[in-house]
Write a protein that binds this ligand. Structure first.
Ligand code: RP5
Length: 164
């Protein structure tokens, strides 16, 4: 199976990024996590993106806050799918990172999830990899069914408590 690269702009993004890592682990998807910054280590970020396809990666997740150029900078240097995770890490509550990540010019796509949306970023990466992996597709189906069952249990609990 192709690996998922999980790149974060700073280790201060880890509290958000760890949700993506645990989601990938739960689906038995191999991944590598790195701290590369579009601003502080631009050469390392570029080199990683340029070599990612050859190194066996299938999708890149990029989490960054503030003026969040990481996802776009990685996408500029690879044709692998890049999923941006805007991180809430500043006085602007993540809106700065959301707009910096999502507003890409035509030609360099970044699929952007919600602010701090690390779980969905990992699930979207899994869905992309599942196109060529029937076993992973089955694991995704099972996860969706478990989520549905958990929500139905919540409905039953609310009905039991309030509907008389
Ligand atoms: C961004 O600036 C990082 O992705 C992080 O969200 C934010 C703050 O970084 P630190 O100053 O905490 O390293 O580049």
């Amino acid at each position: 199976m192709k690996k998922v690269a999980v790149i974060m702009g700073s280790d201060s993004d880890l509290n958000v990024v760890e949700k993506a890592l645990s989601t990938l682990s739960g689906l038995d998807i191999p991944f590598e996590a790195h701290v590369y910054s579009a601003h502080r280590t631009p050469e390392q970020a570029r080199a990683f993106a340029q070599s990612a396809r050859g190194a066996g990666f299938g999708v890149i997740l990029a989490a960054a806050g503030k003026a969040a150029h990481l996802a776009g900078a990685l996408a500029a240097n690879t044709t692998l799918p890049v999923i941006g995770i805007p991180v809430k890490s500043s006085a602007l509550e993540g809106l700065d990172a959301l707009l910096s990540t999502v507003q890409m010019p035509a030609g360099i796509p970044v699929a952007t999830v919600a602010i701090d949306g690390a779980v969905n970023a990992a699930l979207l990466a899994a869905e992309i990899l599942s196109i060529e992996d029937a076993q992973l597709a089955s694991r995704l189906e099972a996860l969706r069914e478990a989520d549905t069952a958990a929500t139905l249990r919540k409905d039953a609990a609310v009905m039991d408590k309030f509907n008389h």
